[in-house]
Design a protein around this ligand. Structure first.
Ligand code: AMP
Length: 282
């Protein structure tokens, strides 16, 4: 596995691979890797792509300075894990390497409602930060295929719009299924920060989403939205920041079930000082 710290080093490896007609499969991450990240790498490797995983805690997507400070950083363990799972190249740059002070890498994109609701509403500036770092990384890595987790459902929608508006859909964006702990909790780098009490209660998030999805045929949308929030808050110390059921393609909040359109229930929950997100198909 190659380890690149600078843009120039990475570009050399990439151009060498491209000269040998190898396609590039890219997995952007913020490190503190777990099996959710590894599932994305496995998808790239199954397709026999030259796999590049980036580890970069992007400061511009954190709307909360404390969250950025406390974000787990486990670089050596991450490298070991990537090596064990046959990553071809890890790109672990500094902030100055990604954002040289003399240049401006902000992007002006039109996301419609997609970056204004749910995560966008509760984390102002978050998706602008995500879009600018992903564009910067795409321009450096020049991937043919890029892999993103469905755990960050709204982020995936933003990336698909970025791909359309900037790259004319030149990249292939592959959505990958959510990887969960045996008790159902969606894997997240933030899970290690949960207190033991919150870790015990956190599986209630997915259990409740799962039960709600099963109740769908018997209940209307408004009732299920209320039921999810009440069930979680009545049975735990978790605090629901939002729960919404949205059209899977447009992300517009739905009020009635529609037989032809898929819907996704998206939730953000505060477990003590750790913020968790999850989603499920309805
Ligand atoms: P992060 O390091 O949290 O920015 O995540 C990097 C990538 O891994 C994103 O595309 C995430 O959606 C994806 N990811 C994170 N957690 C999971 C999970 N539990 N299952 C699948 N993909 C995930």
């Amino acid at each position: 596995m190659e380890l690149c710290r600078t843009v120039d080093e990475l570009k050399q490896h990439i151009s060498h691979q491209k000269k040998h007609h190898r396609q590039i499969g890219f997995v952007p991450t913020m490190g503190a890797l777990h099996n959710g990240h590894i599932s994305l790498l496995n998808c790239a490797n199954q397709r026999k792509l030259y796999s590049v995983v980036s580890i970069f805690v992007n400061p511009t997507q954190f709307n909360n300075a404390d969250d950025l400070k406390k974000y787990p950083r486990t670089e050596q363990a991450d490298f070991q894990m990537l090596e064990q799972h046959h990553c071809n190249c890890v790109f672990a740059p500094t902030v100055e390497e990604i954002y040289p002070p003399e240049k401006n890498f902000g992007v002006e994109l039109e996301f419609g409602i997609v970056d204004k609701i749910m995560e966008g509403k509760h984390r102002p500036g978050h998706f602008a930060g995500v879009a600018s770092v992903v564009k910067r990384l795409f321009d450096i890595v020049t991937p043919d295929v890029s892999f993103f987790g469905q755990k960050d459902f709204q982020q995936l929608a933003v990336i698909q719009l970025l791909n359309k508006q900037i790259y004319n859909n030149r990249l292939e964006i592959v959505p990958c299924a959510i990887v969960r702990e045996p008790d159902g909790l969606a894997m997240s780098s933030r899970n290690v920060r949960l207190s033991s009490q919150m870790r015990m209660q956190a599986p209630l998030i997915y259990q409740t989403l799962h039960e709600a999805a099963q109740k769908k045929p018997m209940h209307d949308v408004q009732h299920l939205k209320k039921w999810v929030v009440q069930t979680i808050e009545q049975h735990s110390d978790l605090k629901v920041e939002y729960f919404d059921i949205v059209d899977a393609l447009t992300l517009v909040s739905i009020t009635h079930w529609n037989v032809t359109n898929k819907a996704v229930g998206c939730i953000a929950v505060h477990a003590g000082d750790v913020r968790l997100i999850d989603n499920i198909n309805f």
